[in-house]
Design a protein around this ligand. Sequence first.
Ligand code: MN
Length: 449
Amino acid sequence: MGDQSLRGWLSQLEAAGQLLRRADLPDLRYDVPRLLAQHDGHRALLFEPGGEEGAVRLAANTATRREQMAQCLGVEPRGLLARYLDALDHPISGRVLEPEAAPVLEHGGATVDLTTLPLPWHHAKDSGPYITAAVAIVQDPDTKSHNWSIHRLQLNDPRHLGILILPRHLGHLFSRAEQEGRDLPAAFVIGLSPALMLASQAITPYGVDESAIAGGLLGEPLELVPSPLYGIRVPAQAEYLLEGRILSGARQPEGPFGEFPKTYGPESPKPVVVIDRISHRTHPIFQTIMPAGREHVLLGAIPREAAIYRAARQLSPNVRDVRLTFAGGCRYHANVSMTPRFQGEAKNVMVATLASAGEVKRVVVVDPDIDIDQAEDVEWAIATRVQPDRDLMVISGALGSQLDPSAGPGGVTAKWGIDATIPVGEDRSRYERVTLPLREAQEVREGEG
Ligand code: MN
């Protein structure tokens, strides 16, 4: 059994010189968020004011680069989407341990005071400190299958959290519970390897157990343990386990909160979680994710890119790669690399991309000589290969993202596509990119001399 824990991943980062340990915990409202923003895309941070054996430890920026996500799954960055799709196609069911063997249950009790956790603030106009890196695990009472998802959790008071629940799988389970007038037991696990965080973001039909996707990503069964109060199966190597209930009929103000588009989601009445029990490892490491930071948006990007890649390739085997850009919050702007063989093929791929991930608002399709990770390169293709009256496509009144401030009520938005590929059949030499002169011939002559 490999190391499936956050601390195992942090050791890997440290060995690669990608972890910054600090022997202090700076001010959680002002200094911590600034440090996280400063190191975004570079190093992970581990705050240990009492050392490795201290009572409070906080990790952040644990995977803010695509290469780190790939490393965590044991593949090269260019193999990331294929690896993710393979895990979706070949899930591996978890292995349930005895409670004594589960590190997350080493300590615990019913004395709950959430204010003792190192909960950072994140952005200037946030309503307060938030838990941003908890995977919520909930069991379907009929099928017994488990669902994993991540939700922002506002600290309301020492025992209560406000929760944003979108109309997805947890939303389905919660509205069923509310209709029957019962609270919904939920386990919130904090301090996980990026592989598990990625599994929680899988785009799957309702009923698929994300712990098996985690197994698929790890290449081995994930170790699980039933939670002490509610018997929900949780990752045994998590750092913290918060067991509680999402209360039926309760609503309290939640927000504003800085979200992935780098804008604030507004305050509104939201459901409330009461925490009944906290368990944790010895010398636990709390984890936070900087909202709108690279880790946050990458966790959403990889499953979405994989879904787009699959849909686009069903239409055209000439699609090579897909990227959701950081500037578009890894949701709104897609770049697709392909080698069009037929006139109109790139336009079909544009339509497939816009349809396969609802939040995608703009897609640019480029030839393989364009680097889809480089915004300037994509812009160069738009500058030299696009005639807007021929290559621009606009679809009005589609369903997009509710968090896009420019969208209408319900997230209704126009979508657009730019075909920046060289038209099929045209003389490609006119589009050739300049290169610097090579000295190969000269070097050969010198070698002979
Ligand atoms: Mn699900």
